[in-house]
Design a protein around this ligand. Structure first.
Ligand SMILES: O=C[C@H](O)COP(=O)(O)O
Length: 234
């Protein structure tokens, strides 16, 4: 189980410089769950973190293939290892297939070796957004590299308030069958680690629980990241 840590600026890149984790995710929490950050910020963080595997959030995106492919094209030029696209406020599989096919074309056009992750939200029902259990169908029908479940609502509830461990385990098993990696996030806590070890996603994503006062809009904390990493290894 690899640990992904989301950061928002170059100051946080310095804070986590010596911390142990596997993927450095760059997002803009002020613009949503998978808020997309500014090109200059992503470029600077990449330069400051030469030995890190980098992921870039692409936004909580409506079902618009043109818009999504342009965002993907722009991000791909910054050469992250992964781009994560959030499926928000639309729910048709056909639209999702078109989005991923066009995003893959945009990546090829950029000539950067970027992997693509489609993300849906555990609390999808509240907003009529894309059902995360359709991500496996999407993976079978496209050239996706990974699928992820996060949450859109970061105001107190977490992933397990919306989906049960059995559903999440099945999601991860289906991802293996589709030969893509699985990732889980959504206000996860230290206390969820044992359960997550049973569910066996390939990647777990954290921010809030490793920020000062458990507040994802405040500053990331290196000691908390190291403690979390140790707990995952134990
Ligand atoms: O991609 C992972 C997310 O940034 C996790 O953030 P969170 O733990 O605050 O929900």
């Amino acid at each position: 189980m690899k640990l992904l840590i989301s950061i928002k600026n170059t100051e946080e890149a310095s804070i986590v410089k010596d911390s142990k984790f596997d993927i450095l995710d760059i997002k803009n929490p002020a613009e949503g769950s998978l808020g997309v950050n500014f090109p200059s910020v992503i470029k600077e963080i990449k330069e400051k973190s030469p030995n890190r595997i980098i992921s870039a959030a692409g936004g909580d995106l409506p079902g618009l293939p043109g818009l999504t492919s342009q965002i993907t094209f722009g991000l791909a030029h910054l050469k992250p290892d992964y781009i994560k696209l959030g499926f928000y406020n639309f729910n048709e599989l056909k639209t999702a297939v078109k989005i991923i096919n066009e995003a893959k074309k945009a990546i090829k056009l950029s000539a950067a070796p970027v992997k693509l992750i489609a993300a849906a939200y555990g609390d999808y029902k509240k907003t009529g957004s894309f059902n995360p259990f359709l991500l496996n169908d999407l993976a079978f029908n496209t050239e996706l590299d990974g699928i992820m479940i996060d949450t859109i609502d970061k105001s107190g509830k977490n992933l397990f308030d919306f989906l049960n461990p059995g559903e999440l385990k099945d999601f991860c098993l289906q991802a293996k069958k589709a030969e893509v990696f699985s990732a889980l996030a959504g206000s996860l806590k230290f206390d969820h680690i044992d359960l997550l070890k049973e569910i066996k996603p390939d990647i777990i994503g954290f921010r809030g629980a490793v920020c000062k006062n458990n507040d994802r809009s405040s500053k990331i904390n290196a000691d908390l990241i190291n403690k979390l990493y140790q707990k995952i290894q134990s």
